[in-house]
Design a protein. Sequence first.
Length: 122
Amino acid sequence: MKIGWTELLVVAVVALIVVGPDKFPEYAKKFGKFLREFRKMTSELTEEIQKDVVEPLNEVAKPLKEAVEPINAAANDIKKSTDDLKKSVNSIGKDVKKAEATEEVKETVETVEETAEAVQEG
């Protein structure tokens, strides 16, 4: 959470009223010194965490990532093969449906021809 200039101004005015104008510069100086020390400590702490925690974790994670790469590659190959297989099955299904439709048309044509012959004979 960041403090804006308006909030800081309100705090300064309240501090001026509470502490008084004669002691305000002294307390403002102490507060500024405290903020510098606080920022310095948090910066050092961040650097230590980076050095002592994050970098070793990255070093440990690197071999694990390398070990997982072949597994991911195999998984991608399997997925691609599965997708290709699905496409082939769908294509075969469409061909079967076309063949069935063609067979139905042939049967219908034969029925019409038989009916036509029966009408001619009859």
